[in-house]
Design a protein around this ligand. Structure first.
Ligand code: SF4
Length: 352
């Protein structure tokens, strides 16, 4: 049982994070925010895949001015990702976004920070302070032997946090990202001893497909296991849909969230007499949108099949060109291979 760190609860649009709230899954659009149609289309697809908070890049005023229309066209809480510009932050807040990501120490004078903090407070919008090991302040690096250590990352985070607190702003979310796992974990652990603001967790620039998935899973999984993390973003050089799916699998694997059908399947071996790899892919696709918390086991033969089937709500055990369908460990049907997925999907839909 994972004991979660106690963090304060914040509202992001219609969603809450922190406190005892479920760990929220988020992602970031890779569309041009100025292309409203494409951005809204991607957000709606991401919502269908399980995304709960969406962030968009705001590189200029034209993008900032699109945020209101985007916000009104979607259901998800909308986060504006801004670097350096308090004008863009003020415009994003004015457009009605639900949260902004900006590092207050990077936007110039304290007057500008005060303006942003006051505008965000007036609309009850949180601000995420997002520290990346690759862009720490020179003055902080100099104090840490020019190394972007975990302690340097935490010092930078505290500096930005204190700037907001100076203007009575406490609706803060923090992220501390490095592309190596040990530093990321150390930084979050250190900061957890000093603040109770909710943590946005992830491994930055995790990379493409397999490598990014493995590194993100290990990094995020380790943090979650330590009880750290209130919202998760898996960063992949891939379609953001893959980020959302990976995040959900991590949360499901640690029993932190439940969503849809969970498929367990065997790796296949020389005993397999059915095209199990193809069957599992078909089942994954056919059951992707089924909103039922069900465990389905798909096994290649009777050697390990019955054991897995006993643990699953529904199971398929393959044989030569056919398979058995089991419900709570009891055989209910023998089905030809060509009909197995269709019958399994019907059984899942009927399952109470
Ligand atoms: S369940 Fe059967 S087919 Fe699948 S890996 Fe185990 S022994 Fe092989």
């Amino acid at each position: 049982m994972i004991k979660r760190r106690s963090s304060r609860r914040l509202q992001i649009g219609r969603l809450f994070i922190g406190g005892l709230e479920p760990i929220a899954v988020q992602s970031m659009c890779n569309t041009d925010t100025r292309n409203i149609e494409q951005t809204v289309k991607q957000i709606n697809c991401l919502e269908k895949a399980g995304c709960e908070i969406i962030r968009v890049a705001v590189p200029d005023l034209k993008a900032a001015k699109c945020l209101g229309v985007i916000k009104r066209s979607i259901n998800l809480p909308l986060v504006a990702d801004i670097h350096f510009s308090h004008e863009l932050a003020l415009e994003a807040i004015n457009q009605g976004v639900d949260k902004i990501r900006i590092n207050p120490g990077n936007i110039g004078s304290e007057t500008k920070v005060k303006q942003v903090a006051e505008a965000a407070r007036a609309k009850n919008i949180p601000i995420r302070v997002g520290i990346n090991s690759g862009s720490l302040e020179k003055s902080i690096l100099a104090k840490h032997n020019h190394q972007a250590t975990a302690a340097a990352m935490v010092e930078s985070a505290l500096k930005h946090i204190q700037l907001l607190e100076k203007f009575d702003f406490d609706q803060i979310v923090v992220s501390l990202k490095a592309s190596d796992l040990h530093r990321t974990a150390e930084a979050y652990s250190l900061l957890a001893e000093q603040v109770d603001y909710p943590f946005h967790i992830g491994v930055t620039e995790a990379g493409p497909g397999l490598k990014g998935t493995v590194w993100s899973t290990l990094g995020i999984g380790f943090l979650l296991q330590q009880g750290l993390g209130d919202t998760v973003r898996v960063s992949l050089t891939d379609d953001p849909i893959a980020e959302v799916k990976t995040a959900w699998e991590i949360l499901k694997a640690l029993d932190l969230r439940k969503r849809g059908v969970t498929i367990t399947s065997c790796p296949t071996c020389g005993r397999t007499e059915i095209d199990l790899i193809s069957l599992v892919k078909q089942a994954e696709e056919a059951l992707a949108d089924v909103d039922k918390d069900i465990h389905v086991a798909i096994m290649g033969c009777l050697v390990n099949g019955p054991g897995e089937a006993r643990e699953a709500d529904l199971a398929v055990i393959g044989g030569r060109g056919q398979g058995l369908i089991l419900r709570r460990g009891q055989i209910v049907k023998r089905v030809q291979e060509s009909d197995l997925i269709k019958v399994l999907v019907d059984e899942v839909k009927r399952y109470q």
